[in-house]
Write a protein that binds this ligand. Structure first.
Ligand code: NAP
Length: 407
């Protein structure tokens, strides 16, 4: 059999279903809509993917960075990929007449596109994160050390603060990273549930210093995006955990949404609902370890009402000299609907002051829908105060100073 010409080969882009935490980042990042998903797997269309690499660095786990050299005619279809529990082995291209190492396959040509709206790298001074220490095949076992509701009992939003203890198992994390929880049981097709990702809400030295633990902020899902009743598998499992229960955990994940290890850095934190989790971790890190620097902390936090705002009580106790807190309530009785971006506009002069400083790092976490509004409000603040937002936005991204994590 004659060797296939290099042009008959494809370096096929694939996503590893064992490591993928189904966070949707790749699908959102792909500039040409080559990535899609079903209830189980994220997959790459070989007919569309041009190997541009835009999706690679935003992926928190590295599951996106998998490639197999295949004859183009034998590329794995979307149906093949949706059925996988794990990636297939690399094909022995020699079987098709060409040694794999000499194959010059298509698929990598263009350089990565700069399509991301936020940074894909960490701040220069951030500590080095550990990722993928525990996997679906080898999860860590954590014990529930606490589970308390952090929204008012009269509100419909049942949000919990869960503390997981790893005992003697090493589980090093940084503020802004996330973990995956594997719910017990199987899905509708009889396969084990895939892991769900949650941001860590505590600082690197633990929810309780000197204990090997971390915390999460999880809202019980009882309706889907269309408002139809649904019982979220993982969120209900996590919110119902009792002290002493054991939980399978994978991760940690995330290597860019990290805080600067620099007390002079300003942190502009903008979040909605449970998107407050990483802001809590970063704020607590600054409170415990870095109060001596002159960096400013400014928080914009949105919820439907005070009763639905996670951690309202503890937040109200933080001194204003330490953190400048701005709460936006969208459904407070008798008040106009206010979103975080409305408050950013109200505080435009202070925001512009922060934007003008090279020490400022911006973090946005929460609902996907807030991204446009928040970036618009930042642009307006810059425009009103003589800053060139287009140039500034590019610089913030390139310097690892603008981080967006929205779902
Ligand atoms: P939520 O209660 O649904 O919403 C919080 C607030 O955001 C409400 O006041 C809501 O107003 C407002 N809002 C809606 N659309 C907005 C927009 N376009 N711009 C600005 N504000 C807007 O929030 P949630 O249920 O807690 O959900 C938080 C999101 O964060 C989820 O999508 C979650 O996946 C994500 N997240 C969670 C974590 C975590 O660790 N748990 C980490 C990262 C991200 P109205 O409803 O009145 O319109």
């Amino acid at each position: 059999m004659n060797a296939p010409a290099a042009s008959a080969l494809l370096k096929q882009h694939l996503i590893d279903p064992v490591i993928c935490i189904r966070c949707n980042t790749c699908e959102e990042t792909c500039p040409i809509k080559a990535i899609s998903h079903d209830s189980r797997n994220y997959v790459v269309d070989p007919e569309i993917c041009n190997g541009c690499g835009a999706c690679l660095s935003p992926c928190p786990t590295g599951s996106i960075d998998n490639w197999r050299t295949v004859p183009k005619a034998q590329a794995w279809t979307l149906a093949d990929q949706l059925g996988w529990d794990e990636l297939p082995e690399e094909l022995a291209i020699a079987d098709a007449g060409m040694p794999a190492e000499t194959a010059d396959a298509d698929g990598f040509a263009p350089p990565p596109l700069d399509s991301a709206r936020g940074s894909t790298i960490a701040p220069a001074s951030a500590a080095t994160p550990t990722i993928n220490l525990y996997t679906i095949r080898q999860p860590a076992l954590a014990t529930v050390a606490g589970n308390v509701r952090v929204t008012a009992t009269e509100s419909d939003s049942d949000t919990h603060h869960i503390v997981l203890d790893f005992g003697s198992l090493p589980f090093p994390v940084l503020e802004g990273q996330s973990i995956g929880i594997i719910p017990p049981g199987t899905d509708g097709r009889g396969r084990p549930h895939h892991a769900r990702q949650y941001s860590i809400a505590s600082p690197r030295d633990g929810e309780r210093p000197k204990y090997n633990n971390l915390s999460l902020t999880v809202k019980r899902v009882l309706v889907d995006h269309a408002g139809q009743p649904v019982r979220g598998v993982a969120s209900n499992y996590v919110c119902d955990l009792a002290k002493g229960d054991q939980v399978k955990v994978i991760g940690p994940f995330g290597s860019s949404f990290l805080m600067p290890d620099d007390p002079k850095a300003n942190l502009l934190m903008i979040c909605t609902g449970t998107g407050a989790a990483p802001m809590r971790g970063m704020t607590e890190r600054r409170r415990r370890r870095m109060q001596d620097g002159d960096g400013r902390l400014m928080l914009f936090f949105g919820a439907r009402s005070q009763a639905e705002l996670p951690y309202f009580g503890p937040l109200s106790k933080l001194p204003s000299a330490f953190i400048d807190i701005n709460l936006a309530f969208s459904r407070a009785p008798g008040q106009p609907r206010t979103y975080v971006q409305d408050l950013l506009r109200e505080r435009a002069a202070d925001i512009a002051g922060l934007l003008g400083s090279d020490q400022t790092h911006i973090y946005v976490c929460g609902l996907k829908g807030m991204e446009d509004g928040v970036l618009d409000a930042l642009r307006q603040a810059a425009d009103q105060h003589g800053l060139d937002w287009t140039a500034l936005h590019a610089r913030l991204k390139a310097e690892g100073r603008l981080h967006l994590e929205t779902y």
